[in-house]
Design a protein around this ligand. Structure first.
Ligand code: SF4
Length: 429
């Protein structure tokens, strides 16, 4: 199957556009100036039910709609496009709207490591044992998720991107920081790179002197957005890609795919299943993660079904995330109390192999905050969220339960009041 990309310029050529009224196409045209839009022929042909496109989760996942902007933002974008405005004016308005959408949540810009006085701007070092690496060629995806928290990576006009070609500097940084034992290739999606592009990075990391690095991860949605990458009968590069994975494993490194699946439909065809099989044959493991999102997967039965499918295919459920405060999050966010209850109902339905999952988790400024439960104080009858950091900039602060005041409507941890454990008769250790 030949890879065909659809974006703002050519989306009207998608044959299924006949299902959409002209007004909806115009809305896509307007909102896509702000929210990066890209899809492809696998997504449109295999994953979307066009007869019910408005409610289809993968349609919502890929096609921006009017409700993803505030009324005011939508009107400003529409006015500047409809009027007789210069390209410069249009870009100014669009960028202003983007800056209102919190492009770098959790202070990502503060995690840039420094080597000999030079900032390694294509990487992030937040947790002591892992470094994130943003290869220049991997700063896009096979399709773009409308909720994406990495959306500034795809925006040409904003100077907000992380990326870097100089892997040698990252290797040197890892050597000098012995606590680092993992590297995560991220983006975008590193699996948009060809094996020839990826190989030099991997060769550098297989340096025998880099003894502290034992784990290599790829954060990727390629299995959901373009599984042909791993099928030699469809892709001339697939065999080389699979060979590269085998080489990593044969060199004694633990290789893990951090595969992003938002919905069971993404696992429900022969193409993705064969791709999963081929990757696992190389000795790589596949862990799964995704956020819970309104309009896409806010349903406990759906999550239980998805985790069961994943386990049956040999995948390892890893994280269920809370949607981050970035991009069109008003449209996707769900109150934490509801998120927790959905998680609880779903995880109860799974067998033991899905219990590897940690959820729900917020990727916040200081680290990953895990909602452990909602508890009631028997003394005063008040409700609280019980939480812990499963990751923290200061690792000594991980796995220490703490309590936050309950708020049924809160959608992020910083909207809650912290409560001293002594006040609720339970002591954290
Ligand atoms: S696959 Fe990941 S990085 Fe790419 S658009 Fe989706 S959420 Fe963003």
């Amino acid at each position: 199957m030949r890879f065909i990309t659809y974006n703002l310029k050519n989306f009207r050529e998608i044959e299924y556009m006949r299902y959409l009224p002209e007004e909806t196409k115009r809305e896509i045209d307007i909102v896509s100036r702000v929210i990066p839009f890209k899809t492809n022929n696998y997504v449109t042909d295999y994953l979307i039910d066009w007869e019910n496109y408005e409610k289809d989760p993968i349609y919502v996942l890929n096609f921006p709609n009017k409700n993803m902007l505030t009324d005011n933002q939508y009107e400003r974008a529409r006015n500047v496009l409809d009027g007789n405005h210069s390209k410069l004016d249009i870009n100014r308005t669009v960028n202003k709207i983007r800056m209102e959408m919190n492009p770098h949540p959790a202070q990502q810009m503060t995690n840039v490591p420094v080597l000999d006085g030079e900032q390694l701007t294509g990487s992030q070092h937040k947790y002591r044992d892992i470094i994130l690496f943003f290869p220049s060629q991997g700063q896009t995806c096979h399709a773009h998720c409308t909720f994406c928290f990495r959306w500034p990576q795809f925006v040409k006009d904003l100077d907000l991107k992380f990326s870097m070609r100089e892997i040698a500097k990252v290797v040197e940084y890892i050597k000098r920081n012995e606590s680092i034992n993992e590297i995560l290739f991220t983006g975008g999606d590193p699996m948009v790179m060809s094996p020839a592009e990826l190989s030099p990075y991997i060769d550098a990391l297989l340096d025998p002197d880099l003894v502290n690095l034992s784990n290599i991860r790829f954060g990727t949605k390629s299995l959901a957005y373009w599984p042909f990458t791993f099928l030699p009968e469809f892709s001339g590069e697939a065999e080389d890609m699979l060979k590269l994975f085998r080489r990593i494993v044969e060199n004694g490194k633990h290789l893990s795919f951090m595969a992003h699946f938002n919905h069971p439909v993404e696992l429900d065809n022969q193409v993705v299943r064969e791709a999963i099989f081929n990757i696992r044959q190389t000795g790589a493991e596949i862990r799964t993660q995704a956020p819970i999102l309104n309009h896409i997967n806010n349903d406990s039965d759906l999550w239980a079904r998805m985790w069961k499918m994943q386990v049956d295919l040999g995948l390892i459920p890893y994280y269920m995330f809370v949607e981050r405060e970035t991009g069109p999050y008003d449209y996707f966010q769900i109150p934490l109390a509801e998120v927790y209850k959905t998680y609880q109902r779903a995880i109860r339905e799974t067998g033991s192999f899905a219990k590897t999952l940690t959820g729900p988790v917020m990727s916040a400024d200081k680290g990953k905050v895990h909602i452990m439960g909602i508890v009631t104080n028997p003394v005063d009858g008040n409700k609280y969220f019980m939480m812990q950091y499963v990751r923290h900039r200061d690792y000594t602060k991980t796995f220490r339960p703490f309590f936050m005041g309950y708020d049924e409507k809160a959608t992020w941890v910083d909207q809650l009041n912290e409560v001293k454990a002594d006040n609720i008769s339970i002591h954290s250790v």
